[in-house]
Write a protein that binds this ligand. Structure first.
Ligand SMILES: [Zn+2]
Length: 162
């Protein structure tokens, strides 16, 4: 990939994030509540997770209630941003014209060290084939006007990785 390819991805993201089409967009939910809290955290480069104040259960995706004990006493906390590759798929077909400049890209399911699994994308690495179980680290990709999108990067396969 050269720098022009990367810029093309940024331009596509601009459409996704609402430039010229209003703030409500395909990837930036424009509504209050849990989703807004999550994305505000991302803009501060924090991956926010939820935890039950009663039983300490931790989960993702977002929910108002603990799935283990049904308590509504829930708190946010920032993930350490480390985990392992649980699964992935390489997307070659653009399912919408605005992601045409993104393909191929790798969707991943990362099992965070806190326990929950999160759907995200892998930052491209030349010469490194994704392998299940590879350690991964959270990063934030600025996709448009500084909007921070949580993504993951695989770490070299070494025993001393966090
Ligand atoms: Zn609970």
């Amino acid at each position: 990939m050269n720098s022009n390819d990367h810029n093309a991805k940024d331009d596509s993201a601009a459409i996704l994030t609402g430039a010229g089409v209003g703030h409500g967009s395909a990837i930036l939910p424009d509504r209050p509540g849990l989703v807004a809290e999550y994305w505000q955290g991302a803009q501060e480069k924090k991956l926010l997770l939820q935890r039950c104040c009663r039983c300490s259960n931790c989960w993702h995706p977002l929910s108002d209630v603990c799935g283990a004990c049904q308590s509504f006493d829930v708190e946010w906390f920032p993930s350490t941003g480390t985990g392992s590759l649980y699964s992935y798929t390489v997307v070659h077909h653009a399912v919408h014209p605005i992601v045409q400049g993104w393909v191929p890209y790798t969707l991943c399911l990362i099992e965070l060290d806190e326990g929950p699994r999160i759907l995200s994308t892998l930052e491209p690495e030349s010469g490194q084939e994704p392998a299940i179980g590879t350690r991964a680290r959270l990063e934030f990709r600025s996709i448009h006007s500084g909007f921070q999108l949580p993504v993951f990067r695989l770490l070299p396969n070494r025993k001393d990785n966090p």
